[in-house]
Design a protein around this ligand. Structure first.
Ligand code: PLP
Length: 372
């Protein structure tokens, strides 16, 4: 806890799920129902989300990482295949490629959206390339018009890792509906949460059927203890789904509030030359999972904020190929990702954030940047 200069005690997290009586009620109803593992509530969550994002098939799983693993398995990605991934992403995107014993190939990111660069994807395609994974950094869609064209031209699969994107739109179309298969995460830091959880989205009924089989030990969903293929235990529980069902009731409200806070940040800092603000492509609606700014001496600025009760998030501190484990993989330097990971700082953003807290973040950040 720290005091602002006006004497207010501040303890501002970078993210905070919005949970209240609605979640308690759904959890209690689930507990009283006598069914807690994957069952009717998971089905209800899948059906509701399906309508929300206008996709034909949704399959709930127990994490965004599981969703990515399922997606790559459905598409038959195998050892020796190359999968093009953004150099700047959460490690889960790339780990899922290694789970298939396939080879991740890192493409650089765009200067403005920090999403995978279509021009660099083209440069990274070889005879072994089978798939592209794009993420929706901070809640904004990757350049799907261009990426889809590349995928089509080179006959590559496309996966949208929409872990940060759920709730956003790219050129009017809902995120988590792009590519052959899209995935998301419902981890507790996300805008919409089941605490831990994830989902697979597709318009292909065969893929959805395969996802249901893989998530439940490879079992035929219509024939208990018959296993046509290898699978995992990636099932979401009904208790987790109950939380999601409660969240869905106020998802629009949550999205609006995040947009409002992002709008406030942008307006309040638009004239501060030293802070690079996030740019949203014309025609897009970011889900505002994160509000990423670029600042010099990021770590110093971050410490200054932390000492004054403001938590921030660094998504992410280095390109994935610099992580110890990934250094064994051949890679080319991604100059934009190198630069952005050195200066990116994601500001606090959550539903219950007060006007006072928002003002305090802006005032303190401006001071931090001046003093750094
Ligand atoms: C881009 C990206 N992909 C995948 C994941 C993995 O999701 P989960 O933590 O639910 O496994 C995350 C989580 O933050 C993410 O940011």
């Amino acid at each position: 806890m720290s005091k602002s200069e006006g004497g207010r005690a501040m303890n501002i997290p970078w993210a905070k799920p919005y949970l209240d009586e609605a979640e308690s009620k759904e959890i209690n109803d689930c507990l009283r129902s006598g069914w807690y593992a994957m069952g009717p509530r998971v089905k209800q969550l899948e059906e509701t989300v399906k309508k929300l994002v206008s996709v034909k098939q949704t399959v709930a799983v127990n994490s965004g990482t599981a969703a990515l693993d399922v997606a790559l398995k459905i598409l038959g990605i195998k050892p020796g295949d190359e999968v093009i991934v953004p150099a700047m992403t959460y490690i889960a995107t790339v780990n899922a490629v290694l789970y298939q014993c396939a080879t991740p190939v890192f493409a650089d990111i765009e200067e403005e959206t920090y999403n995978i660069s279509p021009a660099d994807i083209e440069k990274k395609i070889t005879k072994k390339t089978k798939c592209i994974i794009a993420i929706d950094y901070a809640g904004q869609g990757a350049a799907y018009n261009e990426i889809q064209k590349i995928a089509k031209k080179h006959k590559l699969y496309l996966i949208e890792d929409g872990a940060p994107g759920f709730g956003g739109k790219y050129q009017g179309r809902d995120l988590c509906t792009f590519g052959d298969i899209a995935t998301t995460s419902f981890h507790m830091a996300k805008i919409f949460t089941t605490i831990e959880g994830g989902m697979v989205f597709t318009n292909n009924a065969r893929y959805a059927e395969a996802a249901r089989i893989i998530r439940s030990q490879g079992e035929d969903p219509h024939k208990k203890y018959f296993h046509p293929r290898l699978g995992h235990n990636y099932r979401m529980s009904d208790l987790h789904a109950a939380i999601g069902i409660a969240q869905l009731g106020r998802f629009a409200k949550i999205l609006n509030k995040r947009k409002e806070i992002a709008g406030f940040y942008t307006e309040a800092m638009k004239n501060t030359g030293e802070i690079k603000l996030p740019a949203v492509r014309k025609g897009d609606a970011s889900a505002w999972f994160l509000y990423p700014v670029l600042v010099n001496k990021r770590d110093k600025v971050r410490t200054y904020l932390a000492e004054r009760g403001i938590a921030t998030n660094v998504s992410w501190p280095m390109p994935v190929y610099r992580q110890k484990f990934y250094q064994a993989y051949k890679h080319k330097i991604a100059p934009v990702a190198e630069r952005v990971t050195k200066s990116v700082l994601c500001l606090p953003l959550y539903y219950e954030m007060t006007g006072d807290e928002q003002n305090y973040v802006v005032e303190t950040l401006i001071k931090a940047v001046k003093e750094a």
